[in-house]
Design a binder for this molecule. Structure first.
Ligand code: TRP
Length: 405
């Protein structure tokens, strides 16, 4: 894999002939075509309505991302990164580093001081995992301040009771130890709508906790179009077959803060150590006691990561029969995970050999995104008539000044 810097600008005008074939929802095709074609924001204004097959439709846009809270682990990989890698060829991909969203629950100076490092780590993890910087655009949310203008305008398109019914917000408030809902956190889905709509995103692949946010986004887009004219596509939620990966300690979810994670950046020795310490069947104090495979994290990981599923089948049979020790099963698992991570380590090493490259990728992506967002913002303001107000005032002011001089 080449890590030479290829211009992300070129992805902005990439055309795909493949997309039209897999589109099953005709109305969405129309929406996407109209929205990207009308602003000229893809750099390709050749798409004419009513000339089917004359020109390939612009690729649909995907937007997703994360708050910059740290390095990624295997749970992130099977839960979403793997999905992004698959989708990056199909869609024009934008990946947000949502530091403004992070502020809704973590806003100390110390939290904020971590953003650049966390952003770099997270992007590197994704690049190492197989996101292609020539296809994807990574950007830092706070460096596209126009998103805050979208946020302000969108705040009037949704009600407080509607936001109060979004269940994830209460969960986030609770998890952050807040006994009252911060105003910004209540507005989390509105800001997310701003992220998605400011690039006219067509598809949003996110986990379950974010589904309600995409629903709010769709409502805001519809409301906007209804009030001011068709500007936005109605973004589709991409419900991915997301597997939540169990923690190494057997807890429901892998999470760095719970200390039950295997990081994508762990080296081979660390992986061996973490696997050796994994929770298995607690009743199995000796290798000749029949063990339970179901719900056993060691077997869950074998299923998820071992490229030799025949070996896993065989282990499962022997485990149930009390004919294999945990140590043997775990050693094979550590090997399997290390085989799985090896290509990522190679890609990571090639990025590491080019210091500053990840930063460049983020900065270039941010510039690209910002340029896009500005185009959409002016379209939004025009549709709303906001630009008109000041233009009228300016015109009068100028006339007055001319008269005076
Ligand atoms: N809400 C996402 C999270 O849980 C991050 C995010 C912010 C996002 N803006 C987005 C995801 C837009 C998809 C689309 O961390």
């Amino acid at each position: 894999m080449s890590t030479t810097r290829s211009s992300t600008m070129s992805t902005m005008s990439t055309m795909s002939t493949a997309t039209t074939e897999r589109n099953d929802v005709t109305s969405d095709v129309t929406a996407a075509t109209r929205s990207t074609g009308s602003t000229g924001s893809t750099g390709s204004s050749t798409q004419e309505a009513g000339t089917p097959h004359a020109v390939p439709a612009p690729r649909k846009r995907m937007l997703t991302g994360d708050r910059p809270t740290g390095k990624l682990h295997l749970g992130h990989f099977v839960g979403s990164i793997e999905n992004r890698i698959r989708l990056q060829s199909e869609y024009e991909a934008f990946f947000i580093i949502a530091d403004l969203h992070m502020l809704t629950t973590k806003n100390t100076r110390a939290d904020i001081d971590q953003v650049s490092k966390n952003a770099r780590d997270m992007v590197l993890d994704q690049l190492a995992a197989g996101i292609d910087p020539a296809k994807a655009t990574f950007y830092l949310q706070s460096a596209v301040p126009e998103v805050m203008e979208f946020n302000t305008l969108f705040q009037n398109l949704v009600t407080v009771p509607r936001l109060e019914r979004v269940p994830s917000l209460k969960d986030m408030a609770r998890a952050a130890g807040k006994d009252e809902m911060p105003y910004g956190l209540l507005g989390y889905p509105v800001l997310q709508a701003a992220d998605i709509l400011c690039v006219k995103g067509n598809v949003v692949p996110v986990g379950k906790d974010n589904h309600a946010h995409v629903e709010v986004t769709r409502e805001i887009a519809r409301r906007f179009n209804h009030l001011y004219g068709d500007v936005f596509p109605i973004p589709e939620l991409v419900v991915s077959e997301i597997t939540t990966l169990i923690g190494t300690d057997g807890q429901a979810k892998m999470s760095k803060s719970l200390g039950n994670a295997i990081m994508l950046s762990d080296d081979a020795a660390t992986v061996r150590k973490r696997v050796a310490g994994m929770y298995t069947d607690p009743n199995r104090v000796r290798a000749d006691i029949p063990g339970t495979v179901e719900g056993n994290p060691v077997f869950a990981y074998h299923r998820a990561f071992n490229d030799d599923q025949a070996q896993v089948d065989e282990f499962a049979v022997r485990y149930r029969a009390g004919r294999v020790g945990d140590v043997e099963v775990k050693e094979a698992l550590a090997e399997a995970i290390n085989r799985y991570l090896e290509p990522m380590r190679e890609r990571r090493a090639s990025y590491d050999a080019q210091p500053g490259l990840v930063d460049e990728i983020i900065v270039e992506g941010t510039e690209t995104t910002r340029a896009e967002v500005r185009v959409v913002l002016s379209e939004v303001k025009k549709a709303m008539g906001i630009t008109g107000a000041y233009n009228q005032l300016r015109r009068k002011a100028e006339q007055a000044r001319k008269k005076r001089d």
